[in-house]
Design a protein around this ligand. Sequence first.
Ligand code: HDE
Length: 707
Amino acid sequence: MKKIQPASNPKVEQLKTHVVDNANQRLTTNDGSPIYDNNNTLKAGNRGPSLLQDHVYLDKLMHFDRERITERVVHARGSAAHGVLEIHEDITAYTSAKFLQKGAVTPLFLRFSTVAGFRGSTDLARDVRGFAIKFYTEDGNFDLVGNNIPVFFIQDAMNFPDLVHAVKPEPNNEMPQAASAHDTFWDFISLMPEAAHMVMWAMSDRAIPRSLRMMEGFGVHTFKLVNAEGKGTFVKFHWKPKLGVHSVAWNEAQKISGFNSDFHRQDLWEAIEKGNFPQWDLGVQLIPEEDELKYSFDILDVTKIVPEEVVPVKIIGTMTLNRNPENFFAETEQSAFDPGRLVPGIDVSDDPLLQGRIFSYMDTQNYRLGGPNFHELPINRSVNQKHNNQLDGFAKSDILKGEVSYFPNSKQAGCPYQAMLKGETGFQSHKQPVDGKKVRERSDSFADHFTQARLFFRSQSPEEQDHIIGAYSFELSKVTDPKIRERELAILYQIDEALASRVGENLNITPPKELDPLTLQFVRQNHPNYPIKPKKPEVEKSAALSMKVKEGKGTIETRKVAFLVENGVSKASIDALKSALEKEGAEAVLIGPKVGPLKLKEGGTTDIAHTYFTDKSVLYDAVYTPAGDSVGALKANPDYYEFLNEAYTHCKALAFAKGTESLMEKSFVEKDAGVILEEGGDWTQEFVNAMKMHRIWEREKARKVPS
Ligand code: HDE
């Protein structure tokens, strides 16, 4: 991976002016008064009652009592980093946005999140991941508040609070935390076939990423680019990770949640601290306005993708995350995203979900961050100074100069002036013709709920399909109301018969062939003539939808390999694989019996920071057993066998140094393409190649591995 030094930029410089460094400083109250004693409250006698006049204590406790703010109503659990976007291609024909011009380098802040869980919930929940980016452009902030899944559950903003209520913990007992596997979610979903496509993604491995650095990101909605002549072009935004798109297994995800519920947060933080800056290519799918109605699906319907085979993704730039936040609360927690933060050259489309979002985000930030001045918080400030006549409000920090705070004025020569008065461009909405009656209706072009769900399912590899079936079976087995299970199976039947019957087998249900009357009744509220014959899709399969690594395409950069050791391990045997891994950008981590020094066969010691007490195979990508006098101790160590067995079960690559093969006998590891022995040949390269495939999928077939 290309290591880039984080160059300074206007946002970094702006933030620096707000950073407080307590090193070498005297303790003070919030008003700067030096504190003499920070241990004892003021009392009447050293055994007497405390005094109300203790302003030092009052100052401290008054602040402490107010430390918590309301968490985000959704996407509460998040992790973020600073970075930059660099544009390599010329797309001036489509947009005048300055930050999208060839050569532009724009500072940004990216916050990843899960959706359903509370702020302290596990990173590895089966869930959609938020992918929200604030670009600090010279024309103000542009927020691209996307997800790692390119479609959404619902088509119209009116249903959003219901969707969220259904998926969040149930209101009577606040269970379950950070999980969709419960009655209310599936009750809602089974009445809303428009969710079928997104649910398919959520039941796929996309919803349990290996790392935030190994996820795709999507702007999700269709947006509009607008060029200097005012011509609009529809656009879909894509972020393609340089490290590839990878996931863990569901069985693994649940265990990671126990061993390290900060797994993704820590992974992101550590990668950036080590200089392994995560990178994504920025891609755009461009659709001329004339083609708006050309496809079998409606491009304003957020439950649809535009398959890459139909409109190719043009790569135009690279995003690099190169700096961790200085302070979690000040930056990650207080960051306020809003799809309505637009800059000249970019506009919203008429997607009714996107339109609804424009209100909700600003409204929620006003509430969550305590008033209308949240954009003055350092993390939210634009890098160009804002100039307007808006005054006052809670926590105002800008100090407006002079007596003029109105428009028009003559006392300040009409300033701040409107761009149009000086022949400047400024933000102009795309001049699209609009004509229609005021109605609360859904277009019938939004009525095909199953074709793309089918496209997604049929584009998956057999292993990925198995995982999807496993996920539906897990979630619907957790549902307690049999009617809900059946209703959902009727939806699955509409998508793919084999999918429905395999999930049905696991639930002891024969899938109904027709949608449930309740579901139909609901759909007909939007589409009175439902069912409506869907148009023939442009493609039946899309290779871009499968995550399976193509032979010879993978990378093992930043992957972690557990080296299982005991006293007496051979340094030479460690180094043999360690150097091969490091050459490929991967990391070797020694797991030993205790922290501190570990004896080496060759003499001397090495330091152990990770032990069998704390580290389990689910936290690593592959496992190696080096040779030495450690074999006896390993043979007697049940944790060693747990490590091997689990790594094997989760289809990871395993390597055994010469003289350690016999350790396999007590485990249930069997030699296969992903079990590499140090015997002749280029075994280190073989191991690297096996890791590059991410998983040894053949193993799943033979051994009913948990998904
Ligand atoms: Fe959000 N969403 N959303 N959403 N969303 C929020 O805003 C909302 C939707 C997304 O890291 C909230 O600041 C409505 C789609 C992300 O801070 C809230 C609708 C997509 C984040 C809100 C949607 C998203 C949010 C809660 C339907 C993908 C986290 C806290 C009309 C394109 C941003 C907040 C962060 C957060 C409303 C649908 C992505 C309540 C009303 C579609 C990544 O305003």
